[in-house]
Design a protein around this ligand. Sequence first.
Ligand code: ZN
Length: 472
Amino acid sequence: MQTSICFFNTLTRKKEAFSPLEPGNVKMYTCGPTVYDYAHIGNFRAFLFEDLLKRWLLYRGFKVTHVMNLTDVDDRTIKGSQKQQVPLKQFTDFYAKAFFEDIKVLNIQSADIYPRATAHIPEMVALIKTLMAKGYAYQGEDGSIYYAISKFPDYGKLSKIKIAKLKPGARVSQDEYAKEEAQDFALWKAWVPEDGDVYWETELGKGRPGWHIECSAMSMKYLGETFDIHCGGVDNIFPHHENEIAQSEAATGKRFVDYWMHNEHLLVEGKKMAKRFGNFFTVRDLLAKGYDPIAIRYLLLSTHYRQQFNFTFEGLESAKGAVERLRNFVRRLHEVDGGKDSEGKVATLTAKLEACFGGSMDMDLDIGTALASLFDFVREINNLLDTNMVSKQEAADVGGLMMRLDEVLGVIGRVEVEEALPADIDSLVQKREAARKAKNWEEADAIRAQLKQMGIVLEDTSQGVRWHKEKA
Ligand SMILES: [Zn+2]
């Protein structure tokens, strides 16, 4: 078991050696999507950082239990469903399905559990009752139940927000604060006519949970009262995660989370992403423009998670080039046949890459340095391949390492090796491509049929046309 991993902990603002509570087993919770719209690339930057983190822990031999919630009842989902005039469940199911489709195309590994807030109301009610019994929560004159932050001396320890200026009686009932100011916040929101048919009749009265209590209840249910890692974007630090700590630690009297990890914001072409700036993109928007989802994945992964990331279309193009370089390299390794032995050079380079890549990733997921060492390696092995100085066995060893590292990166995938097409067939394939481009479907179909008679089957893929020989 590798124990030299360090992570930057938002709680202490320091890099700390990572060791899970239970040796070898990591329990992590990541705030999931609010299913009221398609998730945008800023959201996916967070989900891809978390994917990289999890894949790195797995690569280092840890077992990881990963829980990601779906926020399917909050201010935004209620508003959205009313606007579309559909029941809340129908509305959130639609966007939850879209979310799962998006993470699949981005090759994000699934969490072990995706708890939905609406399926955990009793757990939330129990947690709020505990907070009331312990004196941390009170009922406001509006019937809602609020958390009294003045009762929790540690309030502000994650975000470092000051509560000195707290005005008596200042409280906030919205999930998202209008002001970045510490205030008593709603745990349970008494029903108001604007909530329509979204309410639960509980011991706390008719109403619905606040957003923050959802994550406390669901994380502790599946991971225990204290667990290892909690992630989210920096905009979650306050108030969401600060409030989660206040709720959870007041209720249990125990430390809630050991390592808090947050990714920085994403900018688009140097600006904050917003619909009104016309620079707001979902993954679907980019796919519709013809971009490869794996290039999007690579781009969003390749900047260190704690750096602000500037998304540009130029960057997306170069990400596409980087992914192609890696795939071509692996393809080239497959094609090595009967080269000379490198006399230990390949083994030396391989060991160096493993050490550099591993050492960088262990240091708070320093992906930039890890990728630089990977591309240095690719260049040096390519130089050896150019002079036919790599044996078949060495090529297989390098290919094996590339596949192991791709367990972490998830961008190479299965590379298919095609034999060169005989010239007459190749010219037919090209003729058909030209016909397709000219939208001359009749001719394109005729050529396809002709090729089929010759035993060649064509597949049109997003990466262009592929072919295989029909099995006899
Ligand atoms: Zn959350």
